[in-house]
Design a protein around this ligand. Structure first.
Ligand SMILES: [Zn+2]
Ligand SMILES: [Zn+2]
Length: 271
């Protein structure tokens, strides 16, 4: 199969997603041929097409995970799609609606906004050795191998491989982590996914156009506690967190240093 033919098929994705096909095997072969004939431009283009193919594939898997209500797995997949989108969008300028990529980007970001996760575990890792994914050279501030992170070289993206992780100096709870995978799951408690479920009920297809506007306010502790005193809700053990995560206050926002996050959502569905 020629690359142009595959690209044509991938362009139809937004209207033809129900008959979607995985072209990863064909693309792998095309890239191998390009590399063998030393055609870097073609090899790099195949890499871009591979990413589009993977993003479309994962976007459909996302809705399958939603169907079986595997919400934490969906959350991790949202993060993986986001990272792939970021990488490929730096290297290829997508026109509006091309391959459905911009719509996927929008939907992914919308879903990330309505998940009930508020706090994340951030491990402060100490890297002992980092290598270049292209040439395997050891990377240090004084030693640049010539491969720039995020650039393409013969159909592969350059990234840093962490080969050895040192001791953990500590873990912290943060609300805006570098990696969103590390959600804390307090024992015996469940997050409240009703907002995600209600949104899914409103959608007739993954490509429905919808918007959500979010307002986050931090209620300082002083104000929060005086309000609660008035409401006689002093027993932290039984009180659900006002941030609507579904967790008990004790295991949720109580560990924040600044106060409680109050979130308001405004939805707009096109259909
Ligand atoms: Zn290198
Ligand atoms: Zn909370």
């Amino acid at each position: 199969m020629k690359i142009d033919k595959i690209v044509d098929e991938l362009r139809k994705f937004p209207t033809n997603y129900s008959n979607w096909q995985d072209y990863s095997q064909e693309l792998k072969l095309l890239k191998k041929n390009a590399v063998d004939s030393n055609d870097e431009i073609l090899a790099n283009w195949v890499w871009v097409v591979e990413q589009i193919n993977k993003i479309q594939n994962e976007f459909l898997s996302l809705f399958n995970l939603f169907k079986i209500k595997d919400f934490h797995e969906s959350w991790c997949l949202l993060e993986r799609i986001e990272l792939k989108l970021k990488n490929v969008m730096k290297l290829y300028e997508f026109e509006k609606d091309e391959f459905g990529i911009r719509q996927i980007e929008k939907v992914v970001s919308n879903f990330q906004d309505i998940f009930p996760y508020r706090l994340f575990i951030s491990t402060e890792l100490y890297y002992k050795e980092i290598n270049c994914s292209i040439c395997d050279a050891k990377i240090s501030p004084r030693n640049f191998c010539g491969h720039t992170k995020g650039e393409l070289y013969m159909g592969e993206i350059a990234h840093h491989i962490v080969n050895e992780v040192g001791e953990f100096p500590g873990i912290a709870m943060v609300d805006d982590p570098v990696h969103k995978y590390a959600v804390g799951f307090p024992q015996g408690e469940d997050y409240d996914y009703s907002l995600v479920e209600k949104t899914l009920d409103k959608l007739s297809s993954p490509f429905d156009d919808w918007e959500v506007k979010i307002e986050r306010k931090i209620i300082p502790w002083k104000i929060f506690y005086s309000k609660r005193k008035r409401k006689r809700q002093l027993n932290d053990e039984i009180v659900k967190c006002p941030c609507k995560s579904g967790l008990r206050f004790e295991t949720c926002c109580k560990i924040r240093s600044d106060g409680i996050v109050s979130i308001t959502y405004k939805f707009k569905f096109s259909k």
